[in-house]
Design a protein. Structure first.
Ligand code: TYM
Length: 337
């Protein structure tokens, strides 16, 4: 066991490519944190079953997600990369936690409400309702101190903390109570076509979302057609100029230059210049990322081996936590025959 603080985060394999929000809000933070933390990173394929997908697609997207983690710089030797369904403890702990979650509490989760509002109650499955409890199990199994995510996951983290505290006080200290790790400047990357809503694989129009594995020329075109406003001045104002603010945040994150410096540099220039600069800065980083992902996808058996090793290491931690939980809640241990 290492004495470094623990970090854990997962991503859903719900699209053929991760998008810019996933990258800036989460994946880049993962890579930064793996240095001085004991980190675990996973593909949450069980969560992805809550939306309709063909079996072949789900398998392919699961591998692609893992390949993208590594293409972005996750080092699977330092930080095990695993697939959630390879570690059965996730679903097992979820059951125990679901018996401790108030129905009303689960029903107040805004992501659930948003998702069901779109499709109506009949479109929603029970898995969508219990989704945040599975997420709590993902986190608590690893005794994670920090969970790097985007702003949209804050409420799920609150539920996770609440469950950990409730379990600890009902039984005895068992779970680490995790902190969300949300980087404010990139915690909520907005849709390029509607900068008042977050970029999202389920909700964004194709032109509003920058996919990391898309042809660079296609992404450049999407930047050029990004919605801004009728003004001319480049300034950072999330309320009055959400489109310009979003482009500045993206450019700042990819160029490493602070927003106020950028605003100074763009004085007297137009929105077209800002869009072009953002597109170029993004392309510089994601073109090699895309090449690396495609190369990793070409070595499928090696990728599968990495995931198998990752699952073994993850299970080592997860099974210890689950055994403690089963014992504390009073499940009768099976005797060895
Ligand atoms: P998912 O797969 O929807 O998104 C993956 C990560 O990307 C972040 N993100 C964003 N960040 C900034 N701006 C955006 N527009 C944006 N869109 C997405 C998400 O916040 C997330 O960090 N429930 C999680 C997956 C999950 C998980 C976990 C995360 C399952 N178990 C345990 C952490 C720990 C989700 O839906 O992520």
């Amino acid at each position: 066991m290492s004495d470094k603080p623990r970090v854990l985060s997962l991503m859903q394999p719900t699209a053929d490519s991760l998008h810019l929000g996933n990258y800036l809000g989460a994946l880049r933070q993962w890579v930064a944190l793996q240095e001085d933390h004991e980190a675990f990173f996973g593909v949450c394929d069980l969560h992805a079953l809550t939306v309709e997908v063909t079996p072949a697609e789900l398998r392919q997207r699961t591998l692609r997600a893992a390949a993208q983690f590594m293409a972005a710089g996750v080092d699977p030797e330092a930080a095990p990369v695993f697939v959630q369904s390879h570690v059965p403890e996730h679903a097992e702990l979820m059951w125990v936690l679901s018996t401790m979650t108030g129905f009303g509490h689960a029903a107040r989760m805004t992501q659930f409400k948003d998702k069901t509002a779109k499709g109506g109650q009949d479109q929603a499955n029970v898995g969508l309702f219990t989704y945040p409890i599975l997420m709590a199990a993902d986190i608590l199994l690893y005794q994670a101190d920090k969970v790097p995510v985007g702003e949209d996951q804050r409420q799920h983290l609150e539920l996770t903390r609440d469950l950990a505290q409730r379990f600890n006080s009902r039984y005895s200290p068992t779970f680490v109570v995790p902190e969300p790790h949300i980087v404010k400047s990139v915690g909520r990357i907005m849709d390029l076509q509607d900068p008042t809503v977050k970029m999202s694989k389920s909700a964004s129009s194709p032109n509003g979302i920058i996919e990391l594995l898309e042809e660079p020329a296609v992404n450049a075109k999407k930047f050029r057609s990004a919605v801004t406003d009728s003004g001319r001045e480049i300034s950072y104002d999330e309320e009055a100029k959400p489109g310009v603010a979003n482009l500045l945040s993206i450019l700042s994150a990819f160029s490493g230059r602070p927003i106020d410096v950028l605003v100074g540099e763009f004085e007297g220039k137009g929105y077209g210049d800002l869009k072009g600069a953002a597109a170029d800065a993004v392309a510089t980083v994601i073109s090699p990322f895309r090449e690396r992902t495609l190369a990793l996808m070409g070595e499928r058996s090696e990728l599968e081996q990495i995931l198998a090793r990752g699952a073994d290491r993850a299970r080592g931690v997860a099974s210890r936590t689950l055994a403690k939980v089963y014992k504390k809640v009073g499940l009768l241990p099976p005797v060895r025959r």
